[in-house]
Design a protein around this ligand. Structure first.
Ligand code: KMH
Ligand code: ZN
Length: 270
């Protein structure tokens, strides 16, 4: 399964022309990335000025348009930006996407801190289950796997009964994006986990992708995580990153899943 994370909340839209900041650009990115092999889209939205937003109206419009124009599984970020508050992040779920991200612990994030205290993690997990939304648990550091284990042991399985986590590797302040760290993370997976993906930030993108492919994992790529396709060569668009991931999947004889197959993997209703 290839997930595309096309926009994110941390990049300056004015400095990255390829960033799909408007609704039209986001939906066009969804269409081209689905054609290139993506099955799921991890969505952050921007306001009219290109700033990251958790406005429910903007989120609702994005979910509706992506559902109308693509077959992708639509995952909304509850991470938002590092400036966003807990109430706004929790309210994202009221838009009722197919899937939502839930970050599994606090982590230094460049010059800032991405705050995810335990009671907030539990609130997201329980609210997502109440609303029949299938979460993806985001792992930025190895200790987050201990939190995931505790969450599943104490609070039970998410909606649908599958447990999918995503390793976000190479954030400055989080776990590094290398083979040894991926191997350590896989050793520490809670037994309830049924599938995982990985993404490497910046120059960790290719090493993490190749390691995850060879370890049997799924992939996440996109401009949220990577703005360079190669050294000194900016990414042209998100579909270029998805296309390269799909080519590597084909080379590894693990062809990309269709959205329908990915729905089966994650037990997300069509
Ligand atoms: N923007 C980061 C602080 C997520 O989407 O769930 C958090 C993030 C994780 O991107
Ligand atoms: Zn995100």
């Amino acid at each position: 399964m290839i997930t595309v994370a096309p926009t994110g909340a941390e990049l300056d839209a004015a400095a990255v022309p390829a960033l799909p900041a408007s609704l039209d650009a986001l939906v066009a990115a969804g269409e081209s990335c689905e054609a290139a092999g993506a099955a799921m889209i991890h969505v952050h939205v921007r306001d009219g000025a290109g700033r990251p937003s958790l406005d429910p109206a903007l989120l609702g419009a994005a979910v509706a348009a992506l559902r109308r124009r693509t077959g992708l599984i639509v995952q909304l970020s509850t991470g938002g930006s590092i400036e966003d508050g807990y109430a706004d992040r929790l309210r994202v779920l009221d838009v009722r996407p197919d899937s939502c991200s839930i970050s599994m612990g606090t982590v230094n994030f460049g010059e800032g801190v991405f705050l995810n205290p335990w009671p907030f993690i539990v609130a997201l997990h329980q609210r997502a289950r109440d609303l029949a939304i299938v979460p993806e648990y985001e792992i930025f550091d190895l200790g987050h796997l201990a939190n995931l284990r505790r969450l599943l042991d104490e609070k039970g399985l998410p909606h649908g009964g599958r447990v999918h986590c995503d390793f976000v590797m190479g954030v400055p302040g989080g776990m590094p994006g290398d083979l040894a760290t991926l191997a350590a993370a896989l050793q520490a997976l809670p037994p309830q986990v049924t599938s995982w993906s990985a993404t490497g930030i910046g120059k960790a993108s290719l090493p993490v992708m190749l390691a995850a492919l060879s370890a049997g994992g799924n992939l996440r790529v996109g401009i949220e995580d990577t703005i360079h396709f190669a050294v000194r060569r900016p990414v042209r668009d998100n579909a270029e990153l998805v296309g390269r991931a799909a080519d590597l999947c084909a080379l590894a004889q693990r062809p990309p899943m269709t959205p329908a197959a990915a729905r089966g993997l994650l037990n997300i209703a069509a």
